[in-house]
Design a protein around this ligand. Sequence first.
Ligand SMILES: Cc1cc2nc3c(=O)[nH]c(=O)nc-3n(C[C@H](O)[C@H](O)[C@H](O)COP(=O)(O)OP(=O)(O)OC[C@H]3O[C@@H](n4cnc5c(N)ncnc54)[C@H](O)[C@@H]3O)c2cc1C
Length: 443
Amino acid sequence: MYDCIIIGGGISGVSSLNQLKRNNCNVLLLESRPFLGGRVRSYIDSISNDEIDNGQHILMNCYENFLSLLSEINSINLVNAQKRMKVCFVSKTQNSLQPFKKHLLEQKYLPNNIGILIGLLHFSAFTLSEKIQLCWFMLGLKIFKPFDNETVFEYLQRRNINQKLIIWLFEPITLATINTSIQKASAKLLVTVLEKALLGGGTKSAFVLPTKGLSHFFSHAELLEENAKTSCTVKSIHKNGKTFEILDSLGTIYYTSSIVFATPLSTTKSLLSDLEINLPKFDEHSPITSIYLWFDEEVLTEIEDSFFGMIGTITQWVFNKYKIENRTSNFAKSLLSIVISASDKIVSLSKDEITTMIYTELSEVFPSIKSSNVKHSVVIKEKKATFLSTPSFELERLRTSTSKEGIVIAGDWTNTGLPATMEGAALSGVTASREVLKFLQKL
Ligand SMILES: Cc1cc2nc3c(=O)[nH]c(=O)nc-3n(C[C@H](O)[C@H](O)[C@H](O)COP(=O)(O)OP(=O)(O)OC[C@H]3O[C@@H](n4cnc5c(N)ncnc54)[C@H](O)[C@@H]3O)c2cc1C
């Protein structure tokens, strides 16, 4: 008989397991796939032999719960944090001699919010009046709060933010962190992101990049292995007195006093259908499309940054993988990973069409790319990357505790106050484990 069984081995489940183990609970995690990590995973591409992710993941220094999880499972050495926030944006020009312009946004001089404001004032894409408008917007975040039903676009209009600031700053931030278009995303979530990530104090806004395939995060987790069973799909749950009986697909029954459901909403709904717990109705997802391009020559030597944002293009972010991972390969000289969030407009195109479209776009902005050949390409469409984070989604999200004693829910879709991110998932796992501990103390 276990104190707690966690169903689902994504970040929320692993985070919950880590906390419960540290509190000496007799706990077991059941995961249907043969590996831990859920939506955070990597695999070996058979043609290049390179390990690639299901989609580039990026973290920030403000990801306190996720970064401490990485420390506690001995995987913190698999990420590399910037000293201070520094991000380069590239835009296309009409000048064939200089086809792109670079603009650097960085925390300047001081490792605090003043450093961020100075950085915004130095951002060369904006005019003086836009910079003043932006500083006024930032300073007014606490006073002019978004309404519950307001989208990002509506809120920015109410705050008199002009189109250029939207295109250069608010749209990229919303897409990258909320994976929902500004016309649909919850304004409350954007303000949380701005307060925690951009104005979180210290160097919280610095970016943190994985330096190895994402699955390595969990392959170091010896701490967790003895308490986790993979390739184990939970089929049904029954309550017998105070004990829950969990049946897996192989017919094994597990007995436990409490359960953390760290599964996607649809699975949680079907597993909980006999236990009369009302779960949210939202069911709209938002896709993320990733394109990997291998080149036979080193490309983008004109950009020293290992990743950068692109403005006014379908491509949103470009990651120079060998540079980030500080390695070379026998197969190719460069590997670019291109990320398009909230990619509804392109996700139905064929993989060839997407590759051609992105290659054409990149070679217009960086003509030097044409002097090298694309040796290989991979397109990964994660159609259900995250929930569509609309204002009504925000209102429906549930807290981790439920009306039924001993049943707790976790996952990036629960009400963490954060967007559906690794940090949101890790936080939900921490909160869920606190609920379990409270319940176990009462037994
Ligand atoms: C392409 C892509 C890019 C992303 N980029 C970023 C980024 O840059 N930054 C960021 O912070 N976040 C990013 N995210 C979001 C982040 O990956 C997720 O928010 C997070 O991983 C969700 O973790 P979770 O534990 O809530 O859910 P999941 O990872 O979905 O975990 C649920 C687990 O439950 C298991 N399961 C389901 N049914 C059963 C069953 N019946 N029995 C047992 N187990 C079951 C599943 O196999 C799965 O492992 C990205 C996501 C994608 C897809």
